[in-house]
Design a protein around this ligand. Sequence first.
Ligand SMILES: Cc1ncc(COP(=O)(O)O)c(C=O)c1O
Length: 389
Amino acid sequence: MSESVSRRQWLVNTGIGVAGGLALPGLLPAMEATRVLGGVSYGELLNQLERDVTTMRRAAGPIRLCYNENPFGMSPKAKDGLMASWTQHAWYDPPIRAELRATFAKHVGVPVDHVLVTQGSSEVLATLALAYGQNGGKIVAPWPTFEDLPRYGTTLNAAVHKVPLDDRFDHDLYAMDAKIGNDTKLVFLCNPNNPTATLNDDQALRDFVKTNAKRTTVIVDEAYYDFVDTPNYRSMVDLVLAGEPIIVSRTASKIHGLAGLRVGFAVARPDILAKLSSYVTGDPNVFGLHAANASLQDDEYQSFIKQKNREGRALLISALKTMGRKVTDSQTNFVFFHAGQPVETVQAAALAKGFRIGRAFPPYTDWCRVSIGTPEEMRQFAAILPTIL
Ligand SMILES: Cc1ncc(COP(=O)(O)O)c(C=O)c1O
């Protein structure tokens, strides 16, 4: 197979060839992305990704650095998994649902009955708002944070208390504690937090969770768990195993690059999951289930994405620091920095240069959130920074 033919074939099979006007991957159900290149190893295949993805993303319009997506998309093995679902897309209750539940349970080290598979982790947050926020249920959340749960709560007429972050951009645990009472139905925590990209102190957060789990239910959103580099960071899953009324949410949208396929996870005691299950709307789509199941077992891809994210993040932070900008300590796939002017102005200037960046997150209306693209994209973005700031 010639180099040009094999590369074209690979683009088709990984789906990114669509943007270049090549055949739809769905028309090639029998082909498997990880096998087409014969002599090329998986590691080499992954190494080709940066160049190809960067070219394809540029061809598709402004580079998306606005929604904390994975610029590389799904792993080639997830693509294989998705193709395997071809025979099951007409089914309800496909066996892959139970398989993914078991795969994820093993991945995080909990019994299978401690896992609920949902349509993105947003569905975990929506069901929590339904289960705990109705009829004026009191919810306490940091602010700003990922807004879905407070937003659902507000829609349901819950009493939502938004507690401002402290001056280090951490959850203000003292202020949150003061808001929590025996009538509080739910406490939302987001660690690392979106949009600030920061981690709370591990021990302080754990103490807070343990204390408050005695009087209410606590949800810890760990959507960015896989991007954290701080060595002493720990998931709160062990507190779930200790029997506390804690829910940990995770997602297949970020490191697994499956945001459009909508797969997420709740980890909690079976009695809590039973309550949430009564509100879910049904199974996630079968393509997502297969892709997530394969991706969770693709350690090489997860390491690759983590490394590329680390590289892109370091490039951007270094460029911002060189310009004297304040930047938070990002432990995620995005960076939050002080622009010193309205975000909308920076957004418009970035768009004119071919980059779509994050919106404003009040009250930090002169801080920007920029998602990490491929390292090459971050080099290009760093180069235009002096002209847009
Ligand atoms: C902190 C946080 N939680 C949850 C989500 C929702 O993710 P999903 O795609 O799993 O619904 C996001 C999405 O950006 C997020 O930033």
